[in-house]
Design a protein. Sequence first.
Length: 332
Amino acid sequence: LPEETERAALYFGGRAVLEKALLESLRREVLERDIRTEAEFRACAAGVVRALFEKGHALVKAAGEALEAFAAVRPALREIIRNDRGASRTVQAFGAGIEAELGRLMPKDFLERYGLERLGHLPRYLKALELRVERARQGLEKDRQKAAQVKPFAAALEKLQREVGEPETGTGTARGEAGGIASAAIEGEPGKKSLEIGIPAPAGIAMRKEAGARRAGAVRGLSGGMGTAAGSVRKPAAAIKSAIEGKAGCGAISAKQSAVRGTQAELGHEAAKSWAATGRRSVSAAKRAAVEELRWLVEEFKVSLFAPELRTAVPVSAKRLEARLKEIAALE
């Protein structure tokens, strides 16, 4: 990470912690693959070194920009609170709300939660938050009016997140969002345009770790040598070469595929047992994906209200959000 991110990185445990998390994120982005045939394995092997370089650079760039944007919000927020000197409960409540927004967008484990595509959108969301704070210095009335437009959708989102077991948007704690990338398209809705802005897969961290443990054997032949940043390219390449030559990996990976194939069924079985034990209804993957999509649509809606000059990644409006809520209500 660039030296200029040093100060912001302290909030997340320091540069060394973040760099370790970046290395793990790179491993997920490049090496976590569902490889079922020798042809797929060879195709992966042919491009893995280039992918490590390209995605490694992209991850560092995206994380650095997010850290810089995160750091830019705090000085503006401190100034508005300092000028108020605790005299106004409205200003103090506004400050607390912005702090909650920061924690929600950039939790301490943000590199685990977000994949590369999502990281690319964080600076824009954070810049919108910075502009919101700067404009609030001229008076909070307009900010309150805009926040009132967001409030019903934020409340509906939090309710849905509780239903599906996802972290609420108002929290900044490290509670459960997978770092992989999933399409926002809902299965069973052909022709519906998806929100192609890098939505994190909606399974919880516990579920992700369980599935990841089963996948680990399938990719160990690729990633076993990836212990340090310095060896992150050379060693996996050597492992791949060895695997192709028959010394490791290709046969072993094939042997692991039954575990991969069984993951979804097993997780479904676990969900059924959990429902039986707790009385909580199982939620479909389609609904989880739809709620996750809604989270980022609400974030885009905030950009459209508080910093329209930054532009949104997809068309969004109160009417569109209302329609999306109705669609989600129809899902099981």
